[in-house]
Design a protein around this ligand. Structure first.
Ligand code: SAH
Length: 241
């Protein structure tokens, strides 16, 4: 069934925005009485019936609503955007598919990209959410300097910094406990500066490895988040058997 995005549906917006309306009326050529799913990006699916179609504004009535099951943990990725924007877009798409709560961009001492517009990334996330049958969008947070104190970190979280150096850090899969809120920090192509490592240690980030080989920033973000999902999945499997 065709899925559309309307973030303000809970506030009574029973219509699709311009882009979604054009897709509904012009591309898919849906008609009044056709059934559609509308997701709000906040975790709710609304099974709906189209009332009126027009390329600018399609209206619908809600038949039933259903909530996406929430994970008993949350994942917040702090990551330096890559020099090549396509790589970050790819990562946002993949992370939306596997599910993360937030992606907060950070500017690091060795960053090659210091400015980032969220609009394109947001569009990638919306289409990945619809395509993967999810109703939740990761919150994308504007870029801030890493050590500036402007980051929004959830209280009482387990904080990890993925880092490569001559000390062989313990794998994330080994250090992560289950059912908690995680913050995972991944650096830019040039890695972290010594000053940033000191800052992270003072902020109680634990240094972790994502394996013995050097991953690209966007791969490290994806692997790190999936590792946290896997740690929790293995735990629930262990509990039920
Ligand atoms: N030249 C850099 C490599 C950076 S890779 C350096 O030597 O540090 C980009 C980022 O991905 C790193 O800052 C780190 O956060 C993460 N990363 C990549 N591979 C990793 C691994 N095997 N273990 C831990 N973190 C890794």
């Amino acid at each position: 069934m065709a899925t559309f995005y309307q973030p303000d549906i809970a506030d009574g917006a029973n219509f699709l925005g311009e882009e979604e309306s054009r897709h509904c009326a012009k591309v898919l050529r849906l008609r009044p009485n056709d059934t559609i799913t509308v997701v709000d990006g906040k975790g709710t699916y609304y099974q709906s019936v189209i009332q009126e179609t027009s390329p600018k504004r399609c209206t619908f009535s809600i038949v039933r609503q259903q909530h996406q099951a929430a994970f008993p943990y949350s994942i917040h990725l702090l990551i330096a955007p890559t020099k090549n924007l396509d790589r970050t877009e790819w990562m946002v798409e993949k992370l939306t598919e596997i599910g993360v709560d937030s992606i907060q961009f950070v500017e690091c001492d060795y960053s090659e990209r210091r400015v980032l517009k969220l609009e394109r990334l947001q569009r990638k996330a919306v289409s990945a959410m619809k395509q993967s049958g999810r109703a939740l969008l990761p919150a994308l947070v504007e870029i801030h300097p890493l050590t500036s104190g402007q980051l929004q970190l959830p209280a009482d979280s387990s904080k990890f910094i993925a880092h490569i150096d001559e000390n062989h850090h313990q794998p994330l899969s080994k250090l992560a406990t289950t059912h908690t809120s995680y913050v995972l920090l991944v650096g830019p192509e040039g890695g972290f500066s010594p000053r940033e490592i000191t800052w992270a240690t003072e902020q109680n980030f634990q240094m972790v490895s994502l394996g013995q080989y050097r991953l690209r920033t966007e791969t490290a973000g994806l692997v790190g988040c999936q590792t946290l999902h896997t740690v929790n999945q293995l735990y629930s499997l262990g509990n039920s058997s």
